[in-house]
Design a protein around this ligand. Structure first.
Ligand code: PGA
Length: 253
């Protein structure tokens, strides 16, 4: 059975002290989770070792990073490699977030290289996809997202695909307060699962967790997470407040 996951993406927010306080507050309110449910916290790089220490002994909560380099090592000033993340006890890495694609010009080929780096260093990948508003308005979102998945993931072997979590994040819903309806989310998630099944077979597709992201809140998470193909969420703004993040975790519990 596939896992349900709520992952918090802090983006470029919080100082070390603020981050430590947030993690402590999350611990205080964390519900008991069954074995098939996980929480991931993805703080900025500077926070990773501190957060790893805080997470020691927490079996339900896993450490994530928001990005990794597409190269293994060398003269790439400012970059952080997948091997470095692994050595900092990171388990998950977010790759292909729309902000990375848009503001840092990360194209499909670069993202495929990042996925390879992450997998070859034993990290689990949260691979993001999602369409801009113009594509949704033109009703071509299914083809658009399918192409992102093919370009980023379809070079992987069956066993590598087992280490991929997909996050569907319509760009028009990220940080806008405008959430996809549960029907829109379910339609796209079912489409994504079908795309994975066509390449990797039904079993792999059934075992792949597909998260929804984009203005997910405690108020809309229960309805979204109740959809049969929505296996949790990738949370931005609401991951910065313990009470909201816990509310969303409770929606999958
Ligand atoms: P949001 O961000 O929850 O603030 O909309 C989601 C994301 O970008 O992962």
């Amino acid at each position: 059975m596939r896992k349900k996951i709520v992952a918090g993406n802090w983006k470029m927010n919080l100082t070390l002290l603020e981050g430590a306080e947030l993690v402590n507050d999350i611990f205080k309110g964390l519900p008991i989770l069954s074995e098939d449910k996980k929480v991931v916290i993805a703080p900025p790089y500077t926070h990773l070792t501190q957060t790893a220490e805080q997470l020691t002994g927490m079996i339900d909560v896993h450490l994530g990073a928001q990005n990794c380099a597409c190269e293994a090592s060398g003269a790439y000033t400012g970059e952080v490699s997948a091997a470095m993340l692994k050595s900092a006890e990171v388990e998950y890495v977010i790759i292909g977030h729309s902000e990375r694609r848009e503001y840092f010009n990360e194209d499909d080929a670069t993202l495929a290289k990042k996925v390879n780096q992450a997998l070859s260093n034993g990290l689990e990948v949260i691979f993001c996809c999602g369409e801009p508003l113009a594509i949704r308005d033109a009703d071509t979102q299914n083809e658009y997202v399918e192409n992102q998945i093919k370009a980023g993931l379809f070079h992987l072997s069956d066993s590598q695909m087992g280490h991929i979590v997909i996050a569907y994040e319509p760009i028009w819903a990220i940080g806008t307060g405008r959430t996809a309806s549960s029907a829109q989310a379910q339609d796209m998630h079912a489409h994504i699962r079908g795309v994975v099944a066509a390449k990797y077979g039904e079993t792999t597709a059934e075992n792949t967790s597909i998260l929804y992201g984009g203005s997910c809140k405690p108020s809309n998470a229960p309805e979204l997470f109740a959809c049969p193909d929505v296996d949790g969420g990738l949370i931005g703004g609401a991951a910065l407040k313990a009470s909201e993040f816990i509310g969303i975790i409770e929606a999958m519990a």
